[in-house]
Write a protein that binds this ligand. Structure first.
Ligand SMILES: [Mn+2]
Length: 322
């Protein structure tokens, strides 16, 4: 079955312990309330809502580690990984509604167990590539890729709660789009490991059309591998997504975000999409509404394959009465 014809499973990951602010745990609820399931059905997907991942009680955190809440982040993501892997093996595509971006650990790990040839398109203002040693904040939503990339293994400390997570990607399986706030260690890793990266400066220079084309070519020249998009809403300009924990000025316009999503949809190879870092407790009422609405609209573009517009299956062009 063509990828785009498979059922689309939706999995909520109601979690906030990868960063310090309450609210990201409400992401799945506000996105569902805003009609994300209907929006996906309207563009022709057979949607199956698997509800939220049932998270184990947060374990006691020791004071012995530098990655904050690592036991909670680890156990929750282990559960997420198992669920993602299970539904993919059943033949579904998956949409993961976060939750903070530490969810990348479980979502990508689970994806790689089911489809080892997966490629990652990380769409974010930040690289989320710090190790527990290099992070200045200790917040794990800035670290997910460091736990997943094989070439970084020598830089990774033993992290309680994450012993189950064996790196499953090489650096060449990852491409970044939208970066504009990158820490020193992240910059060095990107350079030394040769991770393909398109910052906002490159989006300005080449335009979003060329960036998306180059990004997909770089990560999968054959154009055959399953795609995992991890979309942090902070990649969008704060004008379009202010209800998020770490907004950075100068991001993707709404139209650029749509275009990226439409081009990914057009590949027919999107297997998993993460929508991370919607935080309905931040920003003002207007900002909250706009952020959630834009997150829903961008998500629908990732799954609406017909770029010329979607015609309901039962639509009949009206004619004048004879
Ligand atoms: Mn992120």
């Amino acid at each position: 079955m063509a990828m785009s014809e498979r059922p689309l499973g939706v999995l909520g990951f109601s979690f906030n312990k990868g960063q310090p602010r309450g609210g990201t745990e409400q992401g799945p609820r506000v996105l569902r309330n805003a009609g994300i399931l209907d929006a996906l059905e309207r563009v022709g997907n057979a949607v199956v809502d698997h509800s939220n991942v049932e998270l184990p009680n947060p374990p006691d955190e020791g004071r012995d580690n530098i990655a904050k809440n690592c036991r909670a982040v680890g156990t929750a993501n282990k559960k997420l990984s198992e669920e993602v892997s299970r539904y993919l093996k059943k033949g579904e595509r998956l949409l993961v509604l976060g939750g903070d971006h530490s969810l990348g650990i479980g979502s990508i790990h689970g994806h790689a167990q089911a489809q080892p040839d997966v490629v990652i398109v990380w769409v974010d203002a930040h690289a989320d590539l710090n190790t527990p040693m290099s992070s200045s904040s200790g917040n794990m939503h800035g670290m997910p890729l460091s736990f997943l990339i094989r070439e970084l293994v020598e830089f990774m400390p033993q992290t309680p709660g994450l012993d189950w997570c064996k790196p499953c990607l090489s650096a060449k399986d990852v491409v970044y789009i939208g970066l504009r706030d990158v820490d020193p260690a992240e910059r060095l890793f990107i350079e030394k490991l040769g991770i393909t990266s398109f910052s906002m400066q490159e989006v300005d220079k080449f335009g979003i059309r060329e960036v998306v084309e180059k990004a997909l070519k770089a990560v999968d020249p054959s154009g055959k591998r399953p795609i995992h998009v991890s979309f942090d809403v902070d990649v969008m300009d704060p004008a379009h997504a202010s209800a998020t924990g770490t907004p950075v000025p100068g991001g993707l316009s709404l139209r650029e975000s749509f275009y990226l999503a439409e081009e990914i949809a057009a590949t027919g190879r999107l297997a998993v999409l993460d929508i991370a870092e919607v935080n309905p407790l931040l920003s003002n009422a207007d900002g909250q509404k706009t952020t959630v609405a834009n997150a829903v609209d961008v998500t629908a573009k990732f799954y609406g394959s017909k770029r010329q517009g979607d015609v309901p299956r039962d639509y009949v062009i009206p004619r004048p009465q004879a």
